[in-house]
Design a binder for this molecule. Sequence first.
Ligand SMILES: NC(=O)c1ccc[n+]([C@@H]2O[C@H](COP(=O)([O-])OP(=O)(O)OC[C@H]3O[C@@H](n4cnc5c(N)ncnc54)[C@H](OP(=O)(O)O)[C@@H]3O)[C@@H](O)[C@H]2O)c1
Length: 335
Amino acid sequence: MANMNRQLRLHSRPKGLCAPGDLQLAESPVPELQDGQALAKVKYLSIDPTMRVWMTDIPQYMPPVAIGEVMRAFGFAEVVESRHKDFKKGDRVVGLVGFQDFALIDENAKNSRFQKVPSIPFVSDTAFLGVLGMNGLTAFFGMEIGAPKKGETLVVSAAAGATGSIAGQIGKIHGCRVVGIAGSDEKCEWITKELGFDAAVNYKHADWKKHLAEATPKGIDINFENVGGEVMQEVLSRMNLFGRVVLCGLISGYCSHDPGMASFGNVLVRRLRVQGFIVIDFASRFMEAATEIGKWKMFGKIKDREMIVEGLEKAPDAINMLFEGANIGKLIVKV
Ligand SMILES: NC(=O)c1ccc[n+]([C@@H]2O[C@H](COP(=O)([O-])OP(=O)(O)OC[C@H]3O[C@@H](n4cnc5c(N)ncnc54)[C@H](OP(=O)(O)O)[C@@H]3O)[C@@H](O)[C@H]2O)c1
């Protein structure tokens, strides 16, 4: 086993996109295990928009990553050595592994939460980071908040991304008319032709607002919001009375520290119910949701797609890819 651990540590808080040097590569010896600890080899890193928020020091749902700390990241790892009663060599786990080669699982550490995942025929390891992981769960619980009814119109933003693509397909399972908003014609084609969305709008086209109006002739009942800002503002202006807004993310503001909020005039006059949520609120129901999503996937009702970037050193560029719209589906780094 290698005796050095490569780590990407936060050196400076980015302004805008991550710049070279904001995360710096360092090496330290692989830790010697104490009782109650296990060592896991990190195989895959989940690349998530929230990482860009973790790199800031604004108030958020978890403590910001401190300067000098290993960059926080969710990922998939395999236990290679153990003195921990709950984990043995060969166990496959997901959890906050960090941008590094080896993660320490420590029963005494407050934030060391790792979950074993099964080996299922025809299910890739990376699925536990996307469709069967945080993104699938986020889509599932977000759509539960949206309370879809047959025949209603659902609009999903960042619709060709890891979360939006699943949320839209759950909307189809519930019998909604589903319209996705995404940043390229290729993405729009994927969600309509492959995933079964009823319509897609490329928000980078000059007349996208007109396209959105044409795609939502009966107005919008549910907004699964991933973007915020101008996209959300336009969707809110087309909401029907007593519609529901599932506030999942506001990615358009993450690099500029702008809350990405739309004006709330439409929320008032249309009597909308707006609910923000963080997927970890539903931790006690993760197994139930993953089982349901797994069934949908098995029966072909949900399709997913992954984009895999090779190499730990590419992880900072991968974070930027999310904000440049360079990913389709779930973005993952193979360590
Ligand atoms: N509440 C929760 O617990 C929770 C959990 C997971 C994720 N989220 C949120 O869900 C959203 C999607 O996350 P994800 O992990 O599934 O990422 P993702 O959608 O796979 O990737 C992000 C996508 O956002 C779009 N985007 C980036 N900047 C944009 C901008 N300025 N305006 C419009 N679109 C922009 C890009 O697609 P285009 O090409 O379409 O622009 C990009 O591909 C994020 O807001 C994230 O914070 C929330």
